[in-house]
Ligand binder design. Structure first.
Ligand code: UD1
Ligand code: CA
Length: 453
């Protein structure tokens, strides 16, 4: 089949310069959701009609399997489909999807395609308690669809109709050209409505069939920021329910956001207000405390992520304890049994088995051996103002509090760095390193007092 996705409209009601179909739902554009749905149906031709913001849209979704049709003036949904005609295979039916209707299930579209086999014209409709703004499906007393009337053209009686047009239709392609050419813009919006095609198909004796999705949200479109926010909540609710059904414990399914894919092992628990972005894997028995952001990360079995932890582009091994308030940046690899505590930032660094950095440290561009203890306030000075350098710390090193390691520097295994040391030369294994400093003590010191003005 051919699939045409309409994405040329401005989306005035969004009050944004960004083309409507590029607004994000779960961190991906509305259009990319629709394209993913279309691909699951394995079309022979996939055509996206672009117009307003065409360049930005092409840049965002270009792929070898997509052809773009340019509708320079947006004169309505019917006018848009006309621009796709040169790209379609007339021997196969054409399914029309809308770039601003992102949540339709693939299985629902399969049902529509099947219902319209044998040359029927298929319309996806749904009964809605809140039909305002949508086209209404008008049926005769025998229940046959006779027309679709837009909200703005509907009389009060028609506005009472609760069966709405999702916009999604499948049509035999042979007569599309003549039906589209017969459309007029004699309506409230002076547009060539795709919805008027139903009447032309009926005139030509083509049977109209309709299919309803299992859930109303499959048909919801985004015309405003309110609707975008509503759909985001629906999407997130669906993800949360799938996680619960798979055995994940969610303290509150309405307070989790998954903007990508989240894979969970057994006995995983996630407390409130956690956000997952990109591809995230949580191993068996992982528990995540409230208010964590986890992006592009794998967290192995038995690890505990305490509140307010931020993880981005990291691999976290088994039985690690993270946070509260830990920050892992891209390139971080934590081996099993590591502890990274509050206000510790780790970037592009590997921490060996059982290493601990429990408080207030920066570990960047470093290789830290097994069982190393990093005291509070330790900093790897990885940047000389021009280049980044690595710090290498062997196994079983003890790093005292408030130590600076000026990279590039290598600390041999088993070395001890005294509190407050600035390490700028390599340290041999087993050595004690300290900087000589003098402590000056003046007894009976009187602090200055505030002058009265
Ligand atoms: C449309 C339907 C309406 C249906 C609703 C479902 C028509 C006339 N009306 O109304 O019956 O209930 O969708 O969501 O079809 N577009 C173009 N070129 C244009 C105009 C629009 O590509 O010239 C694209 C838009 O980018 C959008 C889609 O078509 O992705 C729908 O357009 P929109 O203006 O949002 O139509 P609705 O008023 O929602
Ligand atoms: Ca719309």
């Amino acid at each position: 089949m051919n699939i045409v996705i309409l994405a040329a409209g401005i989306g005035k009601r969004m009050h944004s310069v960004r083309p409507k179909v590029l607004h994000a739902l779960a961190n991906r554009s509305l259009l990319s959701h629709v394209i993913a749905t279309a691909r699951a149906l394995e079309p022979s031709q996939l055509i996206v009609v672009v117009g307003y913001g065409a360049q930005a849209i092409r840049r965002a979704v270009s792929a070898p399997d997509i052809q773009f049709a340019l509708q320079t003036e947006q004169q309505g949904t019917g006018h848009a489909v006309k621009h796709a005609l040169p790209f379609i295979d007339p021997a196969l039916p054409t399914l029309i999807l809308y770039g601003d209707v992102p949540l339709t299930r693939v299985s629902t579209l399969h049902r529509l395609v099947d219902a319209a086999a044998n040359g029927c014209y298929g319309v996806l409709t749904v009964i809605s308690d809140d039909p305002h703004g949508y086209g209404r499906v008008v049926r005769d007393c025998a229940g046959r669809i006779i027309r679709i009337i837009e909200q703005k053209d509907a009389d009060p009686w028609q506005q009472e109709i609760r069966e709405i047009n999702t916009g999604i239709v499948i049509s035999p392609s042979g007569r599309l050209d003549s039906w589209l050419n017969s459309l007029t813009n004699n309506n409230a919006q002076h547009e060539f409505y795709l919805t008027d095609m139903v009447e032309h198909a009926i005139k030509d004796g083509v049977e109209i069939v309709s299919v309803q999705p299992d859930d109303v949200w499959e048909a919801l479109g985004v015309n405003s920021k309110r609707q975008l926010a509503d759909l985001e909540r629906i999407y997130q609710r669906n993800v949360a329910l799938r996680l619960l059904d798979a055995g994940v414990t969610l303290t509150d399914p309405s307070r989790i956001d998954v903007r990508g894919t989240l894979e969970c092992g057994v006995e995983v628990s996630i407390d409130i207000n956690c956000v997952f972005e990109g591809h995230v894997v949580l191993g068996d028995h992982v528990s995540i405390e409230p208010n964590c952001l986890i992006r592009e990360a794998t967290i192995a079995a038995g690890t505990r992520v305490d509140a307010f932890t931020h993880i981005d582009g990291a691999y976290v091994g088994e039985n690690v304890v993270l946070g509260p308030y830990a920050r892992l940046r891209p390139g971080t690899v934590l081996s099993s049994n590591v502890h990274v505590g509050n206000f510790v930032e780790v970037k592009n660094a590997v921490l060996g088995y059982g290493a601990k950095a429990n408080h207030l440290s920066y570990i960047g561009d470093a290789d830290v051996g097994a069982r190393v203890n990093i005291g509070a306030g330790t900093i790897t000075c990885n940047y000389d103002g021009i280049n980044k350098h690595r710090t290498i710390i062997g196994d079983d090193v003890f790093v005292g509090s408030d130590t600076q390691l000026v990279a590039p520097v290598v600390v041999g295994s088993g070395a001890t760095l005294a509190a407050g040391t600035t390490v700028w030369c390599d340290v041999p294994a087993g050595a004690l390193v300290l900087n000589e400093k003098t402590q000056v003590t003046k007894p009976g010191y009187e602090r200055p007092t505030k002058k009265k003005t």
